[in-house]
Design a protein around this ligand. Structure first.
Ligand SMILES: [Zn+2]
Length: 171
């Protein structure tokens, strides 16, 4: 029984996870996430500006975002079908936390007060909700494609250098 819906926008098909992994994720979360809508975007400056208007984001600041019952995932060469399965399981973990008030409040109470930038790598390392959903995603997909793994990939990707040396208006 499938809960969430997922939309693969043109250009993202190559990142579709193996059906076996998708089934594991769907079975795990079940019908409880029936209201959750996932959209998978091809990463570009235009998409980043659409998703984060006025935020002056870097090209590789975020992999995905959960807002209310919406999840947005960005794909490009820094991701693989397996890492997208991991990321999907991670974001759906946030959705389940959101829909489980007791769990949500407990994790929120334990959130760090000295690290406030929720998009930062540092926040992902110390926030208990991030650690919890990392663990769920790793168990479900049997691999750990977390921020540390991804950060290493973005460092090797030419876009990383581009965002450093080029002012934004020349993009
Ligand atoms: Zn997260």
């Amino acid at each position: 029984m499938s809960g969430f819906t997922i939309r693969w926008l043109p250009g993202t098909e190559a990142w579709r996870p193996h059906p076996h992994l998708m089934r594991r994720i769907e079975d795990h979360y079940g019908p409880k996430l029936a209201g959750t809508r996932v959209t998978v975007w091809p990463r570009s400056w235009e998409v980043i500006d659409d998703l984060f208007p006025g935020r002056n984001m870097g090209y590789y600041d975020v992999r995905a975002v959960s807002r209310d019952d919406e999840v947005h995932i960005l794909v490009d060469e820094t991701e693989t079908p397996t890492s997208i399965a991991w990321l999907l399981a991670h974001e759906l973990g946030h959705q389940r936390v959101r829909l489980t008030p007791g769990l949500r409040d407990a994790l929120r109470d334990a959130a760090p007060v000295d690290v406030t930038d929720k998009a930062s790598d540092e926040y992902h390392e110390v926030d208990p909700e991030e650690r919890f959903v990392d663990g769920v995603a790793t168990k479900l997909t049997m691999v750990r494609k977390d921020r540390e793994w991804w950060r290493e990939r973005t460092r090797r990707h030419p876009h990383h250098r581009m965002t450093i040396v080029m002012p934004r208006h020349t993009r």
